[in-house]
Design a protein around this ligand. Sequence first.
Ligand code: NAP
Length: 501
Amino acid sequence: MLRSSRIITQKVTNRLSSRYLSTNSSLNFAIIGSGPSAFYTAKYLLDSSPECKLDIYERLPFPYGLVRYGVAPDHQEVKSVTSTFEQVLDHKDRVNFYGNVTIHDKEEENSSVNSLDFKELYEAYDGVVLAYGATSDHKLNLDKEDELEGILSARTFVNWYNGHPHYPELPFAFENVKNVVIVGQGNVAIDCARVLIKNEENLVSNSDISLPALQILKKDYPNLENITIIGRRGHGQASFTIKELRELTRLPEGQVLIPLDDIQKGLTEATKQEIQSSRPKKRITDLMETVAAVPLDESKKKFITIRFLLTPHELRPSESNPKRIGSLVVKKNQLVGLPNEQKAVETDEIEELPCDLLLTSIGYKSESISSLIPFHPRRSIVNNSEGRVLNEANEPVPALYVSGWLKRGPSGIIGTNINDAKETCSSILEDIRSGSLNSNKQDNLEKFKQKNASVFAHSLSYQDIQKLNQYELQKGEEFEPKRIRQKILSSEEMVKLAKEL
Ligand code: NAP
């Protein structure tokens, strides 16, 4: 990891010495998206090419993407990365932020005040970087998944509790939720379990969870008893990391349980080899075994049970409310395959888990914003090589680049975007040097901005964001008890406040 980081950094530094970069002409780039991958790409472009000017477009009024709306509200230390992103926006002579602007294939009849046509935008800039992440999710593909109340993707749940303007409400009542099942064993699943089990006092103080979410979750908090996090493979293949699991085991609000039997069933020869050859796996296995050895503490009122080798098989309605989910039937699995390639194979043995709320946490999914962007439908990413977008013949699409989850799929922590962005920048700088990007389209850009003047007039600038940020901090300060920030929850209100403040 470190070695590849050094290689990429060296590549970027080499580009700096190129002759092209010492000329005076400017190159205008559009970056679509304003999450971590967009800002790291912007940072390295600014650092390595003094000629680059950047316009960052965001469909929501407020920037920072997953950092604001994905990272758990009680993980404020992770959210502090926004100070790095603010340094990018502080380059006021080289960077514009345009919030509240959607980019898509714009039909004439579908010309909303805050949208731009992708093709027009692409033709107006010297280069375009796609960095808008993953705004959808994978499905279980079970009968009644879209019919029964009480089933939600973890992404939607996370967006809702983080105050995302597109998810203002839970689509069903949270009332009387006693048993929650979370499918999938990544860190998003752990985040959801932690937010659910933390009591009001611990969640209100050191978090920026949206106020309605806090009120709804904690009003019915006494009813919540069991959260079961299920994985289709074994403990050796769980995706969550030790820091997040350890944090869960230390919460005073409940007890984490791991059945020893589940661990033993997953201990195939291949799993033993996987654990032996990976120090992080060895450490997290030791922690899971320690947890599994602790007896049930009857004094606890709430439990998080982590179960392995179970695949969702059937969604059963509740007997008292047939519109709502009542249980999840799972099939028990066996692990088959070579080390690091083991797959879950279903057996005929089933188990029924009581379930009033089912969260599917089986991975985020990117979507295409334009039919002109070559999209890999199976992998749900933009076809690319080292950040250069490729057409169907695997040839680079001129001046079109991609970064982040849209480039590599929905994996990795925020820091993973550093090397990812460096790689994309390295490709861009190589193309600048080779002359393939040497097409100054200043006139096109001016015409594009004139033609869409009303969209730009309705957009939010960095200055607006700074005002909204101050407003949210002030509202948090005034709240009783004091909070880190009180988020503004609707796009309309943000736009309105940006004008008034
Ligand atoms: P993830 O880590 O990729 O986990 C997805 C889980 O879903 C895996 O357990 C996977 O099992 C399971 N899964 C996938 N398809 C399934 C199916 N059809 N049926 C049943 N299970 C299925 O994804 P994530 O939790 O959404 O997290 C995304 C990224 O963000 C990760 O890299 C994560 O580490 C990062 N993140 C980090 C933090 C943090 O650092 N605190 C917090 C949140 C997210 P298999 O392994 O069997 O496929």
